[in-house]
Design a protein around this ligand. Structure first.
Ligand code: PEP
Length: 272
């Protein structure tokens, strides 16, 4: 286990990329980080979630470019069972074999296109912990739920389902990513104040569930994070970093978001 007081900047490539892109991406990112990070005292923890097929090539390329100790890799999903007749799926242990150390769980695109409900998300979170992967539990309300005043209730219910399955101790090994569905891939970022207000509510819920008040469970914001808004978002008291989709595909842009996280102290992050 590694523990560091830092922001987390995570890039979710979704179903984007290619072998050719990956090689170029990592070398551009390595150059950008080496020129900007030499002064940074408190570095953001950086995580990349490529498509499953690129886990191994990505870790190889990170090694080639000397970034293997600076960037952790993770998977975008896992199956809740450890093995079986589940064609096309991957277990947590298999992902770990491929070098993944973190895993996204319950991303809104999985909830929307693969009908993942709170119970399945909770089972996947338990499977991730069993495989010694650090789960990033994605939660967030739709535009309709926000407009009808239900945003906090929806997010609370999503977290509660995971808490029930994992218990306080399990929950403390997770990260939460608050990603309002209306802000994902839309270019419409929540204002820093809107994001902070939801993050404060999540923090209060987590404190109630685990009894802790020291922000040990990082709560990331996701939804059209880019270089232009990252610093303001990361400056909010209860925002522990960012889960970045589209903007993480551009290594220069992603490096600038990482720079916004460097030096911006936050909660303790415990990783496996
Ligand atoms: C995401 O995919 O988790 C995400 C937040 O996407 P984007 O940054 O493109 O809105």
């Amino acid at each position: 286990m590694q523990k560091s007081p830092t922001k987390v900047v995570a890039g979710n490539w979704k179903m984007h990329g290619s072998l050719e892109m990956l090689a170029e991406y990592v070398s551009v990112l390595a150059r950008a980080l080496s020129s900007q990070r030499s002064e940074a005292t408190d570095r953001a923890m950086v995580v990349l979630f490529p498509p499953i097929g690129y886990l191994v090539p990505l870790s190889e390329q990170l090694r080639v470019c000397g970034l293997q100790d600076q960037i952790v890799i993770g998977a975008q999903d896992l199956h809740p069972e450890s093995q079986g007749a589940f064609t096309g799926d991957m277990s947590g242990a298999m992902l770990r074999d491929l070098g993944a150390r973190w895993v996204l769980i319950g991303h809104s695109e999985r909830r929307q296109y693969h009908a993942e409900d709170d119970q399945l998300v909770a089972r996947k979170a338990a499977a991730a912990l069993a495989a010694e992967l650090t789960p990033v539990i994605c939660v967030g309300e739709t535009a309709e739920q926000r407009d009808s005043g239900d945003a906090e209730r929806v997010v609370e219910r999503q977290i509660q389902a995971v808490a029930q399955a994992l218990g306080a101790e399990g929950l403390q090994q997770c990260l939460i990513a608050y990603e309002p569905v209306w802000a994902i891939g839309t270019g419409r970022t929540a204002t820093a104040a809107t994001a902070q207000s939801m993050h404060a509510a999540i923090r209060a819920q987590l404190a109630g569930l685990t009894g802790e008040t020291d922000n040990r469970i990082p709560v990331l914001y996701g939804g059209s994070v880019k270089a232009a808004n990252a610093a303001e978002l990361f400056a909010q008291r209860d925002i522990g970093g960012g889960l970045v989709g589209g903007a993480s595909l551009d290594p220069q842009e992603f490096a600038a978001i990482i720079a916004a996280g460097d030096g911006a102290l936050s909660a303790d992050v415990t990783t496996r």
